[in-house]
Design a protein around this ligand. Structure first.
Ligand SMILES: C[S@@+](CC[C@H](N)C(=O)[O-])C[C@H]1O[C@@H](n2cnc3c(N)ncnc32)[C@H](O)[C@@H]1O
Length: 232
């Protein structure tokens, strides 16, 4: 089974459990609220969430763009999208759409004011290239916000890192695999770092916050207009 298929089968199987964790982990609601705020959206804007999962961020995004704006959630796992769709239907939001697609090739044409990816870039094969593409997708002055959890670089966080490492191993697709070619928590850290470096190259910082002893990072950027070719 390929990497994407493994991830889809993993999240598909655990959709209900993940939904509970995504919504009710203490402190996570505050993180989602902060991520939505960092997008700096206005009523009427269009925002896309890449890898929206069961839709835990959708209420915060909908609140920011209001009934006249548009929210699009993209995910490649059917069962998590069913949960997100159920949420949208229960709330009766006509302007929130969830679509099945690959965040690395999002089925969105443009006219986007903000892109959010929370707990997703660590799963991408090419996080830097994909973040670069997301920067191309947003309108001039649009924002891209990344929210992630990975090992902390703070010394005091050693015990928390150990716990985080165990959680990463258990929650990485192929949980029954006892030996990994490379460690999932290091791979997560490297992908998260590459995604942030790509965002910094393209955008002026609008947010950089660390929470939970540095394990959680919220990084947002306002995409700079493409440089004009110099005139001779
Ligand atoms: C850890 S969950 C995060 C879900 C949600 N963003 C949240 O904050 O709760 C990761 C989600 O990303 C999705 N995902 C991972 N890679 C993807 C890709 N290339 N395209 C679309 N969805 C992807 C998975 O299906 C899963 O639902």
């Amino acid at each position: 089974m390929g990497r994407a298929a493994t991830a889809q089968s993993f999240y598909g199987r655990w959709a209900a459990l993940y939904d509970g964790i995504a919504r009710y982990t203490p402190g996570v609601a505050r993180l989602r609220e902060r991520a939505a705020a960092a997008l700096d959206l206005s009523p009427g804007d269009t925002v896309v969430e890449m890898g929206c999962g069961t839709g835990a961020n959708l209420p915060y995004l909908r609140e920011r763009v209001g009934p006249e704006g548009t929210v699009v959630g993209v995910d490649f796992t059917g069962p998590v999208l069913d949960r997100a769709r159920g949420l949208v239907e229960r709330r009766g939001w006509g302007n929130v759409h969830v679509v099945r697609g690959d965040a690395a090739r999002p089925p969105v044409a443009g006219g986007v004011d903000g892109v959010l990816a929370s707990f997703v870039v660590g799963m991408l094969a090419d996080p830097a290239g994909t973040v670069d593409d997301w920067c191309d997708l947003v309108e001039p002055d649009g924002t891209v916000v990344l929210l992630d959890a990975a090992r902390s670089e703070r010394r005091v966080a050693a015990p928390v890192n150990a716990a985080f490492r165990a959680v990463t191993v258990l929650s990485t697709p192929s949980t029954l695999q006892l030996r990994y070619d490379d460690s999932p928590h290091e791979r997560l850290f490297e992908r998260m770092t590459a995604a942030r470096a790509a965002l910094r190259r393209r955008a002026a910082a609008v947010a950089h916050e660390e929470r939970w002893l540095g394990i959680v990072r919220l990084t947002g950027g306002r995409v700079r207009p493409a440089e004009q070719p110099s005139q001779r």
